[in-house]
Design a binder for this molecule. Structure first.
Ligand SMILES: Cc1ncc(COP(=O)(O)O)c(C=O)c1O
Length: 458
């Protein structure tokens, strides 16, 4: 790119290594520098306005200009800018938030524990589960099952739970004791003629075979997102969670629901666990908990998890785990206000109503020559692109078509993200029906603009 030597773009290239970016390519293309936000929109430094159709990173439920969150942060910052929960210390925002989250949970939960990111929360969940196995005198029970294409973050344990190659390659991951079972993606992986229910049964059988092969007494927990997000918005097929949970219950294996994306209304229910009848032992919460205005994450654990941990901490003398910023008072105050806003404004209902409109509009594109599958629930969706509908074959290299359409979409004023060839949509929960129409119209124009290129290059 030919940026001015001291422009923000040039300085970004000079000084900044980006997350999830091809660092060499970035030196040529440079960044898109976002300057400000307003409702569902963000604006770059050149003054171009975009619909933020990913809510940032699946996370800005209340939009990009919510004054009440700014005020909540300011109030708390002036009163008590920092405190922690080590050694029995506490502060009001943390107590209030713990109480609120435990009361909101879809199943009886015992305690909330606070961390700063989804990755930290998943790492913490895994450590708690290992600690619990030792507390129960079951030191062999350490293996964790997660899923191919599942996403649980990037720290060493969380990246190991994640089932995506880019999070393992050259990082020497996954670590030992993490096993990956199949992705519940019916459209891509079902056998010819296999119904959703039959496919779910086959995956549950596969899970049971894996457990039996490894030894049920060695399996501690199963981690899963109610809907897989970063793996391409994979909506579970009918009866999937019911059948998986039956297997886990049979072998006394804990279930961790990673609600980092689904939590706080995304699916049109407060939690993904409500939407799919999931009864987790541990829930992992982040992102929409504070609309990402400040980093905060939390785990909810039930008594089955808490009681042995309490005993073990008593035996050792402490629960030797904690983060300086865990349950930060300013982040906790913002999270509380954010959850209040989600409830007050019925953003869960909005996700259900406007989500139904988004899903219907996207499904009308199913007959487009480049569309393989449209999937989603509430205000989370993906459109998987193919060059050949019958064989589901990609256009040249996988992700090439996704990147092409995603680039065109940005030119048309919408920021989305392609996960391979799946274009994701996960807008702020405040989005309205006319705004959905603008978004989907722009997507349709982008698909049409890609078509001649796809035909020309075969
Ligand atoms: C389901 C899920 N779990 C965990 C994470 C990791 O969260 P963080 O990026 O805050 O570490 C993400 C992030 O996208 C996620 O989608």
């Amino acid at each position: 790119m030919d940026a001015q030597p001291n422009s923000p773009e040039a300085r970004d290239i000079r000084y900044h290594l980006h997350a999830y970016t091809n660092a060499r390519k970035h030196q040529e293309t440079g960044p898109l520098v976002i300057e400000k936000g307003d409702g569902i929109y963000v604006e770059d430094i050149a003054g171009n306005r975009y619909i933020e159709a990913m809510a940032g990173l699946w996370s800005v439920a209340v939009g990009f200009s919510e004054k009440r969150l700014v005020e909540a942060a300011t109030r708390q910052m002036s009163k008590l800018p920092f405190y922690h929960d080590f050694g029995s210390k506490a502060h009001s925002p943390l107590i209030d938030l713990a109480e609120k989250l435990v009361q909101m949970a879809p199943v009886p939960m015992s305690k909330a524990y606070f961390t700063n990111s989804g990755s930290e929360a998943n790492d913490t969940a895994l450590k708690m589960i290992w600690y619990r196995s030792n507390a129960l005198g079951q030191p062999a029970r350490k293996k964790i099952i997660s899923r191919k294409r599942g996403y649980h973050g990037v720290t060493i344990a969380a990246a190991s739970l994640t089932g995506l190659p880019n999070n393992h390659l050259s990082f020497d991951l996954p670590i030992a004791n993490v096993l990956h079972t199949s992705t519940p993606h019916h459209w891509r992986d079902a056998r010819p003629g296999e119904s959703e229910e039959q496919f779910s049964s086959r995956l549950a059988d596969e899970l049971e075979s894996l457990i039996l092969a490894e030894g049920p007494e060695t399996i501690a927990a199963f981690f899963g997102e109610p809907i897989m997000g970063a793996g391409g918005v994979v909506v579970p097929p009918a009866f999937y969670w019911e059948k998986v949970q039956a297997v886990l219950t049979k072998y006394d294996i804990l279930l961790v629901a990673d609600e980092v994306i689904c939590g706080f209304g995304r699916t049109g229910e407060m939690f993904g666990s409500h939407a799919f009848g999931i009864k987790p032992d541990v829930m992992v919460l982040s992102k929409q908990i504070s609309s990402s205005y400040l980093p905060i994450s939390a785990l909810l654990i039930n008594d089955k998890v808490f009681e042995p941990i309490a005993d073990e901490s008593n035996r050792i003398g402490t629960f030797g785990h904690g983060f300086t910023g865990g349950g930060h008072p300013v982040a906790a105050a913002v999270a509380l206000e954010n959850v209040k806003l989600i409830e007050e404004r019925d953003l869960v209902g909005n996700a259900r109503r406007v989500g139904a409109h988004l899903q219907a509009r996207l499904r009308k594109l199913a007959s487009h020559p480049l569309v393989g599958e449209v999937r989603g629930v509430g205000l989370i969706a993906a459109v998987e692109l193919v060059a050949d509908k019958a064989s589901k074959a990609p256009w040249g290299k996988p992700a090439a078509l996704g990147a092409l359409v995603n680039g065109l979409l940005q030119q048309n004023g919408v920021i989305s993200r392609n996960m391979g060839d799946a274009i994701a949509f996960c807008p702020p929960l405040i989005i309205t029906e006319p705004q959905v129409d603008t978004l989907v119209d722009a997507f349709e124009r982008s698909l049409d603009a890609a078509l001649p290129q796809v035909h020309a290059q075969g």
